[in-house]
Design a protein around this ligand. Structure first.
Ligand code: AP5
Length: 185
């Protein structure tokens, strides 16, 4: 199965991605985690994107598109994948479709975790990552509205969107996703 999961900062993408991947035996590709690791290791990529991630800005599309292209060509993801945090702009979504055409693959569903801004803020504030400062979280929420939410229409038009109420206990969200994917509990 090939899935993407998107939602605001703190919507539960990473949490649900782990559960789903272990259940479906597919690989999670979490761009935020990979970028933070690249920054910690000060790789070439890490140095390039550090100023963006620290301020809560989106890393440039060209860098992200190339990054995903390399990742989805690796053998471990051949049986299936779940992209957590990618695509994040309508442009990235279009480019992902081009890439999947090249790879002869097809996206099954785009899962949108719908969570109110107040919940996004309070969940993110309870962590202590470098990009979890209040002003940085506000910027990430704003960019989510401006740049990521337009993807709803993109996937809705293609009949791929699975909209999930993410403002509920973890287990309930997990069950709603499985149900939406047509997977028995
Ligand atoms: P990324 O790491 O993807 O950050 P994010 O989207 O802001 O999401 P988070 O990781 O903060 O939250 P999450 O939705 O995964 O929630 P989680 O499960 O952790 O990206 C970081 C940065 O990298 C971006 O700002 C950008 O700079 C850059 N970047 C990444 N991808 C990019 C791209 N494609 N293009 C350009 N730039 C990119 O949960 C949060 C907390 O809430 C946890 O404590 C959890 O336990 C709790 N929680 C989760 N679900 C529930 C629930 N149902 N009830 C109660 N608590 C819950």
């Amino acid at each position: 199965m090939r899935l993407i999961i998107f939602g605001g900062p703190g919507s539960g993408k990473g949490t649900q991605a782990k559960e789903l991947c272990s259940r479906l035996r597919i690989t999670a590709v979490a761009t935020g985690d990979m970028l933070r690791q690249a920054i910690a290791e000060q790789t070439h990529l890490g140095r390039q994107i550090q100023p963006y991630v620290e301020k809560g800005e989106l890393a440039p599309d060209e860098i992200m598109i190339q990054f995903i292209q390399q990742r989805l060509n690796q053998p471990d993801v051949a049986p299936g994948w779940l992209l957590d945090g990618y695509p994040r702009t309508a442009f990235q979504a279009e480019e992902l479709d081009f890439l999947l055409d090249e790879l002869n693959q097809r996206l099954d569903r785009a899962i949108y975790l719908e969570v109110p801004d107040a919940t996004l803020l309070s969940r993110s504030l309870h962590r202590s990552r470098m990009d979890d400062q209040p002003d940085v979280i506000q910027r990430r929420i704003q960019l989510f509205h401006d740049r990521t939410l337009p993807m709803l229409e993109y996937y809705e038009r293609r009949g791929r969107l699975l909209r999930i109420d993410g403002d509920r206990p973890l287990e309930d969200v997990h069950h709603a996703i499985l149900n939406g994917l047509g997977i028995a509990l």
